[in-house]
Design a protein. Structure first.
Length: 167
C-alpha cells in the first residue's frame, strides 16, 4: 500500500469554492427579493480582492486598499443588484456615495456576525498575494452591535476548504 495519494483529475477544490460562492449570491439575492432590507440583526462583512478582474471601485479606494477590502452591508446601503457573476451595491465612504461592483470570484470572506456564520475562500485570482489591510469603514450607524461577537474569530463556525494540492 502506497502513502502517495494520486493527484485528482477532477478539480474538487475549485468546484467546492464555486459552490460556496454561490451561497453568497443566493443570500444577497434573497435580500434583493425581500426589498433590500436585512432581516433581524443580520449584517454582512464581505472581503474581496480589489485588484481582481471586473472589480469596479473608485480610484481612491483602490489606492487605499491595493490588495483586499472589507465592506459592511447593514444599515446604509442601496441599489443592491445581484447577477450570476457578482453583485453591485451603493455605499457611503466619508459621506461620499459610492457604487461598487464585485464579482463573486473576487470574494475571499463572507461573515454574518449576527448568527456567527462565515465562509472563507481561496482567491480565485492567480498570483495575488495576501497583504494586511484595514477595514474599509464604510459609513454605518454607530452601534455597539456592529462588531462581531466575542470569540467569533476562533473559526468555530467558519468554513474553510483547503484540499492541499500536491506540488
Amino acid at each position: 500500500m502506497s502513502d502517495d495519494t494520486p493527484d485528482s483529475l477532477i478539480p474538487y477544490d475549485e468546484i467546492v469554492q464555486e459552490a460556496l460562492r454561490a451561497v453568497v449570491g443566493r443570500v444577497l439575492g434573497e435580500i434583493v427579493r425581500s426589498g433590500s432590507e436585512l432581516p433581524g440583526n443580520h449584517h454582512f462583512y464581505i472581503t474581496f480582492k480589489t485588484g481582481a478582474p471586473d472589480v469596479s471601485i473608485p480610484k481612491h479606494l483602490q489606492e487605499r486598499f491595493p490588495d483586499e477590502m472589507t465592506i459592511v452591508l447593514q444599515n446604509k446601503f442601496w441599489d443592491l443588484e445581484v447577477t450570476d457573476a457578482g453583485f453591485s451595491v451603493g455605499l457611503s465612504f466619508n459621506q461620499i456615495p459610492t457604487k461598487l461592483s464585485i464579482p463573486f470570484a473576487a470574494i475571499t470572506a463572507f461573515v454574518d456576525p449576527a448568527v456567527d456564520f462565515g465562509l472563507q475562500f481561496h482567491a480565485a485570482v492567480a498570483d495575488m498575494a495576501h497583504e494586511e489591510h484595514e477595514d474599509a469603514e464604510n459609513d454605518s450607524q454607530a452601534d455597539d452591535d456592529d462588531t462581531p461577537p466575542e470569540g467569533s474569530d476562533d473559526g468555530s463556525n467558519v468554513v474553510t476548504v483547503d484540499f492541499g494540492r500536491k506540488k
